[in-house]
Design a protein around this ligand. Structure first.
Ligand code: HPA
Length: 300
């Protein structure tokens, strides 16, 4: 018998999911071979070429579009050099209407231990050198960001994490810094004072660009190190993060990363076509006024 509510989970005809993978996960996934991928295709966009977009099969058989921010073999493209607009445009052009992004992060809140997953609910965009809008030469894009991450997708991620018994916290304020350098202790203290609980370099301007293209967007972050100054750590020139994470913590971060494909698949299983969020109506006002039509390709 179909459990109550199941029927409502049938997929809308044009509903397509995509996943953006951040750093610290690709090598884990490749080693485990729990993602099947096609060859990937670079897409031309008005903002230049995207990263290759793959058709991927997640654990359990769900098909998604998949793109890596930083490359498929290592950290070829720094967070500061990612072409966020091209990537999001390419995914939208392929029919994406809901998008899950992964990112590793440093913990500003000392109670967040390495390996903990977080579903951020808010963001402090501290980046200054990134293209932040598709609407550079028009008056479009004055969009409310009371919920910068889609509440429906956040809920789906939360349920998936709970069902996987993964250590996690729902809600967090992600501070996005420019990089490439890591933060100073004073910067981390200042971010903590502003309410940030985690820090990374990638979710901005991605979250805002997704909203401009009316895609639901939420992030699955996981802690790979305590942020600078949160815990006293000796400097080590020979390892990732130069000693901010211990060897045990680096291994713990990798262990957590291995759970990500399954969590993403479980979250997408919980996404209903009738998502009670306003992401897909973000540009409605402009459409009603006749400023733009339905086809996003004509908006820029
Ligand atoms: N700072 C910025 N970005 C990061 C960190 C950090 O401590 N850890 C992982 N990504």
């Amino acid at each position: 018998m179909t459990p109550p509510g199941r029927a409502a989970r049938s997929r809308a005809p044009h509903s397509r999911a995509a996943v953006i993978l951040g750093s610290g996960i690709w090598h884990v996934i490749r080693e485990r071979r729990d993602l099947q991928l096609d060859g990937g295709t670079v897409r031309e966009t008005p903002f230049g070429p995207s990263r290759p977009v793959f058709e991927a099969v997640l654990p359990g058989g769900r098909k998604v579009l998949l793109l890596t921010r930083h490359g498929e073999t290592g950290y070829q493209v720094g967070a500061w050099a990612v072409n966020y607009r091209a990537n999001l445009w390419a995914l939208k052009d392929l029919g994406t209407d809901h998008l899950l992004a992964t990112c590793s992060c440093g913990a500003i809140d000392p109670r967040l231990t390495v390996g903990t997953f977080i579903v951020p609910h808010d963001i402090l965009d501290k980046t200054t050198r990134r293209a932040k809008t598709f609407f550079e030469s028009s008056g479009l894009g004055i969009l409310r960001h009371g919920e910068p991450f889609c509440p429906s997708l956040r809920g789906a991620l939360g349920e998936a994490l709970a069902s996987a018994s993964a250590r996690h916290r729902l809600g967090g304020v992600y501070a996005c810094t420019d990089g490439p350098r890591l933060e100073t202790p004073a910067e981390i203290r200042a971010l903590a004072g502003e309410g940030a609980t985690l820090v990374g370099m990638t979710l901005a301007p991605e979250f805002a660009l997704a909203r401009e293209l009316e895609m639901c967007y939420a992030a699955l972050a996981w802690v790979v190190n305590p942020a600078e100054g949160v815990v006293e750590r000796p400097y080590r020139p020979d390892v990732l993060f130069e000693g901010m994470a211990t060897a045990d913590e680096l291994a713990e971060g990798d262990r957590a990363a291995a759970a990500i494909p399954g969590v993403l698949a479980a979250a997408l299983d919980r996404v209903t076509p009738a998502r009670p969020c306003y992401c897909r109506r973000a540009m409605q006002r402009y459409k009603q006024r006749g400023d733009i039509g339905e086809d996003f390709r004509t908006w820029v």
